[in-house]
Each structure stands twice: as C-alpha cells, then as structure tokens.
Write a protein of this length. Structure first.
Length: 255
C-alpha cells in the first residue's frame, strides 16, 4: 500500500471534512499560491505541470466523509486508490466508483485493482464497477462529486504523469519529473454538482448492468508437498491402510 506522505492527505483524521469547504483552500497548490482578485468563488481551473494537481486531488478526496461518486478513465495512482479503499471500508460513506474496462486490463491498473480485491473482495465488488458506455465505447469520464458539495472534472488521468505529481516539494521539475498537458477543475456550484452526480450514478448503473468483473490475482506461491497430486494420493493410501489395520485389530480383539 502507498503511505500517507503529505499534509494534504487527511484520510486518517475524521475531523477534516468538506462541510465548510471553500475553493480558497486550494490556492496554496497553485504556482502563485493565491488566486486573482477576479477569480470565481465556485469554479477554478488548475493546470498539470504548473499547479500541484496531485495534492489538490488528495486534499479534496481524503476529506470526503458522506459520499463519493466517481468515474475515472485512467486509474493508476496508488495513494489516491488507498484513500478510496479506506473510504470503502467506512460504512458511513456511500460510494459509487466506475472504471473503464479497457484501462482496467492494463498491466499496472490491473495489478492495483487485484490488490484491492485481495484486501476486501466484498467491499470492492460493492462499490467498484468496471465497464463501458451505453453503446460499449470507452468510459472516458474523469471526474467525481464528493459529499454532494465539491466536484472535480477535467482531462487528468490518475497517474504520475497525468497529474504531474511533484517529485520535489512545492514545485514542478526535478529528476524524473513528467507532466502531460492536462487540466483539472474543482467546482462547488449546486446546479453543476447535482447534474454531474446524477450523470455519474447513471454511468455507474450502466457499467454495473454489463456484468464485467475482475478477479483477484491467482496465487503465485509454489504448491506445498501436501497439495501435489502425488502427495494427495499417498495421503489417501496411508489413510486407507490405517483404517484397514484398525478394522483387523478390532476383529482380532473380538476373536
């Protein structure tokens, strides 16, 4: 599992919620550390490669305490995945997570989802579905609504380069830093929240009806001696011989 490695991830603190969320809380993750005086109070656009989108997503998602409705095309971020799995284990949070069928078959995403299933198959299959659009095209939505109060949508896939995850503190750049050209919006206006949440639920139900499932990875452990066919046959023969000996001894005692 990934570890909680920054102050933005407060999944372990139940007192940190979105109940009084204000978009101004996210200005610390912009390059300028502040918004323009003319910035909207219910909508803000962030840029991968310029703003700290990874921490923005952690900040919002880790504070969801009531509900989370989401459809994410590319799902390769271990830390964000861990946040979702911890929320899935919390019975006080309602969740619907929709993932794209083609992306779920990718090497890294498949491995990540298999680890989720191994952790708790019941919770995973209750809250997560994998599928396609109504006409069996890719499920390309990349957004969420948290607690019915805060929404997010954009071109960002959940991956290190998709989010432009910082490798040095507080700024883009540094050895191995990669950033795609992507945008991430965060919004709070009630009409958009309501309409987008309704759409996310509809997309989830469509994918669920398609019935696609992902099983946990098969065990890679070598078979034990007791589990091999030869060992099983030997065990059966030994048991039969012991039973035969016991019967003979019992008869001899009667005689």
């Amino acid at each position: 599992m990934a570890e909680n490695v920054s102050a933005s991830n407060v999944i372990s603190d139940v007192t940190q919620t979105l109940q009084t969320f204000d978009l101004l809380e996210l200005q610390q993750y912009t390059r300028e550390k502040s918004y323009s005086s003319t910035a909207s109070k219910d909508f803000h656009l962030f840029y991968v490669g310029r703003d700290d989108v990874h921490d923005i997503l952690k900040y919002v998602l880790s504070r969801a305490s009531v509900s989370l409705y989401m459809n994410m095309f590319g799902f390769d971020d271990e830390e964000l995945n861990e946040i979702l799995m911890q929320q899935a284990l919390d019975p006080s949070i309602t969740m619907m997570i929709t993932l794209d069928k083609s992306q779920a078959a990718g090497v890294h995403e498949k491995k990540l989802l298999e680890s989720d299933i191994a952790q708790d198959p019941v919770k995973f299959n209750t809250f997560f579905v994998i599928g396609e659009s109504t006409t069996h095209q890719i499920s390309h939505t990349k957004g969420f609504v948290a607690d019915g109060k805060v929404g997010g949508e954009g071109s960002v896939n959940w991956s290190a380069s998709g989010e432009g995850t910082f490798v040095i503190k507080g700024a883009p750049g540094g050895p191995g830093y990669l950033a795609q050209n992507n945008t991430q919006t965060i919004f709070t206006d009630p009409d958009t929240i309501n309409r987008f949440q309704t759409e996310l639920i509809a997309e989830h139900m469509t994918a669920k009806a398609q019935g696609y499932t992902l099983a946990a990875a098969p065990s890679t452990a070598a078979p034990t001696a007791a589990s091999t066919p030869k060992a099983a046959a030997k065990k059966t023969a030994t048991a039969a011989a012991a039973k035969k000996g016991a019967v003979a001894a019992k008869r001899g005692k009667r005689n």
